[in-house]
Design a protein around this ligand. Sequence first.
Ligand code: IMP
Ligand code: MG
Length: 194
Amino acid sequence: MAKHDIFNEIVVSQQQIVSSVKDIAWKVKKTYANSEKVLAVVMLMGAKWFADDLFRQIDDDEKFQVCYIRANSYQGGTESTGRVTISPDIKENLTGKEILIIDDIYDSGLTLKTVTELFKEKGPADVKTCVFLEKQIEHKEQINVDFVGLNVPDEFIVGYGLDYKQMYRELPFIASIKKDVIHSGELPCLEDVI
Ligand code: IMP
Ligand code: MG
């Protein structure tokens, strides 16, 4: 299957990704300039690509301690199931800690809201949120996101960590995927498309 059979259009180019990551890195650094330690919680899998680039850019391992949790509300499809599962459970005492929760995209807002609330219950000094992308929609759950990279249209998009059924995460750009690809059970391999 050729590239044009799968993607509608490139929504965010590789260049835009690089410059937006730099921009967020600068803002995050500035915000936490006086902090001693920040616990960055990255939501697997989607946010890993962004977080890797972000922390490489921030380049401050002394201050930013990075860990990963799994939060999933889609479970393989293109519509949110309305239920968020998280693993592992937060057992650690977070009293007094500064937390930065990082996700790939603010869509319905359900994931970020659930995860943020779970962390807030553990008594940290502060919880901030950071997403690489924000969908231009009326979010079901309104949340105040502290750091946002780019706005994207209300379409199902893949690439730079975002997947459709675990595919296309490795694309170096972000593209909207055609509806018939979403609905046909047959999916091309990554090597067919780039
Ligand atoms: P929420 O609806 O804001 O809870 O979004 C939760 C998660 O759904 C995000 O962290 C993404 O992993 C995934 N997601 C939302 N929109 C898209 C999309 O357009 N493509 C791929 N994954 C998406
Ligand atoms: Mg996700």
